[in-house]
Design a protein around this ligand. Sequence first.
Ligand SMILES: C[S@@+](CC[C@H](N)C(=O)[O-])C[C@H]1O[C@@H](n2cnc3c(N)ncnc32)[C@H](O)[C@@H]1O
Length: 298
Amino acid sequence: MSKKGHSNNYFGSYRDFWWNQEFLELTANRLELSKYCNMLDVGCGQGHWTRILSPFLAPESSVTAIDNDVNWFKNNNELENYFNLSKIDFKLAKGDAENIPFEDETFDFVTCQTVLIHLKNPKKALKEMIRVLKKDGLLLCVEPNNIVQTLTKDSMSTNESIDERLDHIKYRLIIEKGKKELGEGDNSLGDLLPGWFAQESLQDIQVRLSDKAIAMYPPYSTNEQIATLKQWMKGSAWKSETRKDIDYFNAAGEEFMRFYFEYQEKYETRSDHIMGAVQREQYHAAGGSLLYLVSGIK
Ligand SMILES: C[S@@+](CC[C@H](N)C(=O)[O-])C[C@H]1O[C@@H](n2cnc3c(N)ncnc32)[C@H](O)[C@@H]1O
């Protein structure tokens, strides 16, 4: 298949290290996942989230996963094989999050992970997820604020001036704006989800943050550090597979183009410096991020 699937670059093994197992167990207990037996995962991709959650469901449960990218709703052999070997009844189907191809009140548990941030109409998707949820069913959306990572320090940025830190934040904010203008979603909408859940009259809204941080420090030898470094080699976690930063700046507005070129000139070698520092075993960072788990009952 020539065209890579949506988010293909982000499905490396590093994604398997996104969660602490004890945290998942705690969350599953708090949300009483073992009560639910009919789950829908919206925007499943390669199924990392589908696989992580399914063991916590009631025995003999059924799991449905949808995606609108042909690479993921078809020929997703690894995911299908995984469920073939389990006792869980599994269906993988083509489906648009903004127009979910199921009847009202089909599932007792509906979830998504890092999907709403990619959608033009995330509120429409939210309404759709609630529509296909049974009364008393659980909705769980896991979505980040991605701008926060620009504020966290690492061993390189700690010596930067306030203006330099602000440059990096401004650069990322403009990219987020451009992404929204292009109808490709809001990278930091996790902050807004609890309010949206309340607007949709969901009950017992609970908001948590993942307790996972992937700290980087020499000699970068843990499995999660190795997987994360491998991911960095492919390009920063911010890079789109289909667009260059300049495309987002263009979409954000002409008034930002001057800043784009000034930034490129000033920080041209920045990412090389970071990789150089890793090679010299001088780079370190706590690796925190802000990944919300927002849940509510219909
Ligand atoms: C960052 S990936 C997350 C995949 C998976 N949820 C996980 O956490 O591993 C985003 C996924 O959303 C899917 N997606 C994007 N827009 C969609 C839409 N309108 N309807 C259904 N899926 C969509 C993409 O194809 C991709 O698989």
